[in-house]
Design a protein around this ligand. Structure first.
Ligand code: FUB
Ligand code: ZN
Length: 641
């Protein structure tokens, strides 16, 4: 029934990502994270899905059990999108199977597929919440109730499982569901002009198209993207049909779901952050598949907007808990930062797609930033606890969860790490790009010749990188190595001969006849750098962040000699980096001379006219992604200068 091709019908010249199933992750940093996710995160998540009744929700028992997740004041329970969490777990687990087959995981997925098969209605409809609790209300509230979002995640799980094992039973179930959806939504007479309040299904449909070659998936994705924001507004019509005033809903604005205007007319990144980046990912996909320059241009405009005004230094997005999303330009509070893990995972998806449209280092830079910092912080060292929101400052009360009433981030970070190899290499007809470093190898066909590419390094701890090229026979192609924008003074040599680097938009592009065993060495200096925010970011005025290479650092209270809030970093202090094998499994820490403000003379006095005394001390900073792995404690990402 299904092919495995990767149809490239679009006319827009582009790269494609080399899938992680063709990439061996060999470097210490990512091997450790990957192993943790495969051996601990994915099995423990299955236990949690069981413990919190989520797997049971697929079994549609009668009488209908009470809710596990109580309704919020709005009447909404996050249980309504449990199908999506299960779909995401299947996807992550399928990625684990692509690394190594595992009978237990396969049996767990098969059992989920059994339940989905049984639950599916004769007409193909498959949403366990509605089938069980309110069958009469299908497709009546696309704005809030995640029906198509759930379908999208199940579809992504089915595609991943099919790709990992060749088993297509789940994909067949989802294929029937997609046929049902296509018979309900669209522009033909009698169909509903709807789309989902939470974009997701769009990018899932493009994945299904890639896996099967069936154009119906792409057509439906294009319909959902193109119809979004059209007038009269579907969500308003739908509300009227439910006898509800259209403007009266929990968020009160269609910006929340990026449906406030047609997507091609959008110029500001607004609303819920995860929804935004899933939508833009699908838009970038469609731009590539359909050669749609307008859609691509919109993606570029939105990219500029978010990177210039609405992004945390850690590659986190969406400052506000109220809408889990964006507010105003430069509004980037630290202690209340939402910066949901899912949003950074979604940013990685979007950035990867932009990079395939256009080999421009700005996309890889942000992909790397979001991946190594905000997204990775979402998963603990032991792989079994999580951050949902990623603060940049804590008084010691922010803590990791072992599960969440809305566990979206848990499976999102798992599927990201399990597939991290997909973000390393990009390929065009006669060009191979290395986007990320850290130790990885692949074998692919370039200009008609099988070529092995091996990248070795101890990245992100140091920037000495060796890339070895092994074509089966000599072949001309371009090897493009990313020169990150954070790096100054990069040096490059081919077979020992130093070559000047003239990066084209962030890549050193080496065009030559490659022979087996050719070696490129790249040196990316990684001094500790200070980072200052735009002066209109009120939360960061007078503050400085520390970075080294791709990693952003933070100070945790337990590493300091004085309470963290009493430390400041003089501008002239010279920080240095030191590898600490004894700390957190081995990390590069930053140590810097600092000043501690003393309480001397304040014992019973709250205010006085003499300024407090200060004394010299050392401030220690650890990579942001690893904070809060020794219990909750105070933390600052932006240090007082
Ligand atoms: O609504 C589904 C998911 O749950 C969103 O993507 C997250 O932000 C969380 O609200
Ligand atoms: Zn999330």
């Amino acid at each position: 029934m299904y092919g495995t091709g990767n149809p490239d019908g679009g006319t827009m010249r582009r790269f494609s990502s080399v899938p992680f199933s063709q990439v061996s992750v060999t470097g210490a940093f990512w091997s450790e994270r990957l192993e943790t996710v495969l051996t601990r995160t994915i099995p423990s998540q299955h236990r949690q899905l069981e413990k919190f009744n989520m797997l049971r929700s697929l079994k549609l028992p009668k009488p209908v059990p009470p809710l596990t997740i109580p309704q919020q004041t709005t009447g909404f329970s996050t249980e309504i999108f449990w199908d999506s969490d299960i779909g995401k777990w299947v996807e992550a687990a399928a990625y684990a199977l692509s690394h190594r087959r595992d009978a237990v995981i396969e049996a767990q997925i098969e059992s989920i597929v059994d339940d989905l098969e049984k639950a599916q209605a004769p007409d193909g409809y498959l949403n366990c919440w509605y089938l069980e609790r309110e069958p009469e209300n299908r497709w009546t509230n696309l704005r809030d109730n995640h029906e198509l979002y759930n379908a999208g995640h199940l579809l992504e799980g089915a595609v991943a499982y099919f790709r990992a094992t060749g088993r297509d039973r789940m994909l067949r179930v989802l294929d029937r569901y997609v046929d049902h959806i296509a018979a309900v939504f669209g522009r033909a007479p009698g169909l509903k002009l709807g789309y989902c309040g939470h974009p997701e299904i769009e990018l899932a449909l493009v994945k299904a198209y890639h896996a099967t070659g069936a154009h119906k998936y792409l057509d439906l994705a294009a319909y959902f993207v193109d119809e979004r924001g059209a007038q009269p507004h579907y969500f308003d019509q739908e509300a009227l049909a439910r006898h509800e005033p259209p403007g009266k809903f929990h968020q009160g604005t269609h910006e929340y779901s990026q449906s406030h205007r047609p997507v091609r007319e959008q110029t500001k990144v607004v609303g819920h952050a995860v929804r935004a980046f899933y939508l833009y990912s699908a838009m970038a996909d469609l731009a590539a598949e359909q050669g749609d320059a307008a859609l691509r241009h919109t993606c570029e405009v939105l990219w500029q907007d978010v990177t210039r005004t609405r992004m945390y230094v850690t590659g986190g997005f969406g400052p506000s808990a109220r809408n889990e999303g964006f507010t105003q330009d430069y509004d980037l509070p630290n202690a209340t930062a939402y910066a949901e893990t899912c949003a950074s995972v979604a940013m990685v998806f979007w950035a990867a797609r932009m990079l395939n449209l256009d080999l421009d280092g700005q996309y890889a830079d942000l992909l790397e930033l979001a991946l190594y910092n905000n997204a990775l912080a979402g998963l603990s060292r032991d792989g079994e606890t999580y951050f949902y929101d990623n603060k940049l400052e804590s008084d010691g009360t922010h803590r990791r969860w072992d599960w969440h009433p809305c566990p979206c981030c848990t499976m999102n970070v798992a599927r990201l790490v399990a597939s991290v190899g997909s973000y390393v290499f990009g390929q065009a007809a006669d060009e191979v790009a290395v986007h990320l470093y850290g130790g990885a190898s692949t074998r692919l066909e370039v200009a008609g010749v099988p070529v092995g590419i091996e990248e070795r390094s101890n990245y992100p701890w140091d920037g000495d990188i060796t890339v070895t090229v092994t074509p089966e026979r000599a072949v001309d192609f371009t090897l493009s190595l990313r020169i990150p924008s954070w790096c100054r003074g990069a040096r490059l040599a081919v077979n020992g001969a130093e070559t000047s680097i003239l990066p084209e938009r962030g890549y050193a592009r080496l065009r030559r006849r490659w022979q087996a065993g050719d070696r490129v060495t790249l040196h990316l200096p990684m001094p500790v750098e200070r980072s200052y925010a735009h002066p209109d970011v009120r939360a960061d005025t007078g503050r400085v962040a520390l970075r080294r290479g791709p990693l952003v650092y933070c100070a945790e209270g337990q590493d300091q000699t004085h309470p963290l809030h009493r430390l400041r970093l003089p501008r002239e202090a010279a920080p240095s980096a030191r590898f600490r094998a004894d700390l957190l499994g081995g990390v590069m820490v930053i140590e810097t001379p600092a000043l501690a403000i003393l309480t001397d003379g304040f014992s019973t006095t709250l205010y006085r006219s003499d300024p407090p005394k200060e004394e010299g001390t050392t401030l220690t900073a650890v990579p942001y992604y690893i904070w809060c792995n020794r219990g909750p404690n105070p933390m600052q990402g932006w240090l007082r200068e």
